[in-house]
Every structure is written in structure tokens, then in C-alpha cells.
Design a protein around this ligand. Structure first.
Ligand code: ZN
Length: 357
């Protein structure tokens, strides 16, 4: 057995209003006259958050499109523009949800690595460290703030830039930034965390390390989405920490059936990760009876609508594409169902499952 020796985020600041300290936090990371680049979710264009971005001298703010999951071509084009305009940059700070965080990690890496980001989709293919990269999440749940990957949709696959260089150098956890998130969005992203916990805690890869983080994250998710009658500032604090712990839990185990299926959906249809997980999880009683029961309860209690019929009009070819992406997520299936997962999961079985969604 080879034990993985994985890197963690070296610096983190937590607290309401901590984002106001950003200028001070990044100051020592400025290199000569090279700018700091801020990636901000386009959702915040024309919002007061933009005024809080501490731009100095030739720093640049780039609004990031977040309607779809981040694509390798999008990463490459922003990298090319930055290289053309500045040569190199002091660093990149992402302010947004999972998409912006993954874009930040990916572009930071690609500033120092040749070619297209599609060439680095996989495990430990990134050759050189990227430029300094930090983030301030505005949505909680993905765990992208702690993860060792930057998930991208490429021409051939949806797979992350998984490397020791990927984790952020700095994370700014300011729950005030998540305060005005749209209710549905907050729920879908929060459920990403909930599902990370269920998949980790019921998986065959489970160990004491993952269990300790997963149990805490699960308890926090249950608190904010089930036990509390209304959303409070404390809920934002708790969900932010749930996301962190959920991310830590899967760092040393793996996700499972819901993620394997939802990767197929978002590869084909561009479905965002959080809502994709919810669409899928609704139909997974067979694999996660307890988790799915509780999930349905949360959906009802929080008055959330989960999209249905997303696979209603797909062609055979489209189904095959989705099934192919999904079935290739070997570690996920193995974690969920053990070494003999192929006896349960066949293309036919996946087709039947997708057809329901
Ligand atoms: Zn996830």
C-alpha cells in the first residue's frame, strides 16, 4: 500500500469581514510591478462587492462567466490574454463559487506551464508550480477551497488538474460574502457538501482521517438545512466550515455514485456541479438509502425545486457519451461499491438510471 502524502492550504483566515484584510494579506506576495489579478464571479457585476476588491496600480479585475462549468478553452484564453498583456503576474485571487475557484487554480497553474490545460487533466501531470493563488468563496459547499484539484471540462473529458501545485496558497473565509447568495444556488452548492459526506462516509475507502472530517461536515449540513427553522448569519458560518471539512474528508477518501453520474451530465449538458448532483442524488436510494431519504426531507423543508426531465430528449449517441464519461470514473465506483463494482454498474444499468432523470 502506498500512502498518499497530500498538500494542504498553508494559510487561512476566517471571520466576518476578514475579506477587508485582503490588501494586507496579499501585499507581501506582490512581485515588482507585476499586477494582482482578481477573478470575480460575473454574478457580482454591479454589486457592492466589486467596490471591496482592493485593486492597486495596474491590478486587473476580470469577471468570470459562471453559467457553465469551467472549460479548458476558457482557461487557456484567459491565460493567453494575461501573458500577452503582462508577461507574468504576481498572483490571482478568485472571489466566487466553485467555478471561479477552479478557474483561479487552473489559470494560476497555466501561467507557468506550456500548452493547453487539456494536456494536464489527470493526476500529477502539472510540471511546474503556478503563480500565487488565493480565494475568497462566495458560496459554500464545493470544497474547492481546500481541494488538490481544479475540475475542468475539456474536449475529451471532464477531469481536474490534480496536482501538488493545485491547492491555494491562501484562503480567505469570510461568511459575510455568502450572505446574499440566491436560495436555490445556496442549497444546490450546500448539497454538494452533503453528498461529499454521504459518499465519503459510506465508501470503501473510508478511514479515521476522512471519517472525522466527514462526520463534522455532515452534522453541520444537517444543522443548517434540517434542524434550523430559518437561515441566519450562523448558518453562513456553519456551512462555510461544513464545506471545508467536507473537502478535507474527500481529500483522503473519494466521492461516489452521485459524482460519477453527475460528471456525465455536466460533460454532456454543461449542468452545474451542485444542481447536477441534486438531480442525480434524488434517484440513488438503491446506493444511499439513508442519505437520499434525508436529502428529500431537506429539499422539501427548504422549498427547493430540483429540475426534472433533463435527459428526456437525448439521443442514443448522447446517452453513450454520458455513460462513457461516467463509467470511466473508476476510483469513484470502486470507493462506492468495492473492487467488483463492474458486476453492478454496466452501460445498460447507467442508461436506465439516466433515463429516469
Ligand atoms: Zn462535489
Amino acid at each position: 500500500m502506498k500512502f498518499r502524502n497530500f498538500p494542504m492550504v498553508p494559510r487561512v483566515v476566517f471571520g466576518r469581514g476578514s475579506f477587508n484584510q485582503t490588501a494586507e494579506i496579499i501585499a507581501p506576495k506582490r512581485i515588482d510591478d507585476k499586477p494582482m489579478i482578481f477573478f470575480v464571479d460575473i454574478f457580482f457585476k454591479n454589486s457592492p462587492l466589486v467596490d471591496k476588491i482592493p485593486l492597486e496600480k495596474n491590478d486587473k479585475l476580470i469577471f468570470i462567466e459562471t453559467k457553465e462549468e469551467p472549460k479548458t478553452i476558457y482557461v487557456d484564453s484567459i491565460r493567453d490574454e494575461l501573458k500577452q498583456e503582462f508577461g507574468t503576474v504576481s498572483g490571482i485571487i478568485g472571489v466566487g463559487g466553485g467555478t471561479v475557484m477552479d478557474m483561479t487554480k487552473a489559470v494560476a497553474l497555466m501561467m507557468n506551464n506550456e500548452g493547453s490545460s487539456a494536456e494536464y487533466q489527470g493526476w500529477d501531470l502539472v510540471k511546474k508550480a503556478g503563480v500565487y493563488h488565493a480565494c475568497a468563496p462566495t458560496l459554500s459547499g464545493t470544497g474547492a477551497e481546500v481541494s488538490r484539484t481544479a475540475v475542468l471540462t475539456g474536449p475529451e473529458k471532464k477531469l481536474g488538474l490534480n496536482s501538488d501545485f493545485t491547492p491555494f496558497d491562501q484562503v480567505i473565509l469570510d461568511p459575510e460574502l455568502t450572505k446574499n447568495a440566491p436560495k436555490n444556488q445556496r442549497f444546490y452548492t450546500g448539497m454538494d457538501c452533503y453528498i461529499h459526506c454521504i459518499e465519503s462516509l459510506t465508501g470503501t475507502y473510508l478511514n479515521a482521517f476522512s471519517k472525522s472530517y466527514g462526520e463534522k461536515a455532515l452534522e453541520l449540513c444537517q444543522d443548517v438545512f434540517l434542524n434550523k427553522k430559518e437561515w441566519t448569519d450562523e448558518s453562513d458560518d456553519d456551512l462555510m466550515m461544513a464545506s471545508w471539512h467536507g473537502g478535507m474528508s474527500i481529500a483522503y477518501s473519494q466521492v461516489g455514485v452521485a459524482h460519477a453520474l453527475s460528471y456525465g451530465l455536466s460533460y454532456l449538458l454543461g449542468t452545474k456541479h451542485g444542481v447536477g448532483n441534486c438531480i442525480v442524488f434524488d434517484y440513488l436510494e438503491e446506493f444511499y438509502p439513508e442519505g437520499v431519504r434525508e436529502f428529500k426531507q431537506m429539499v422539501e423543508q427548504n422549498e427547493i425545486e430540483i429540475p426534472r426531465g433533463v435527459c428526456a430528449n437525448l439521443t442514443d449517441e448522447q446517452f453513450d457519451k454520458m455513460i462513457n464519461v461516467s463509467i470511466n470514473m473508476v476510483p469513484l465506483w470502486e470507493n462506492a461499491l468495492g473492487k467488483d463494482w463492474k458486476q453492478v454498474i454496466t452501460p445498460k444499468k447507467l442508461r436506465e438510471m439516466y433515463e429516469k432523470m
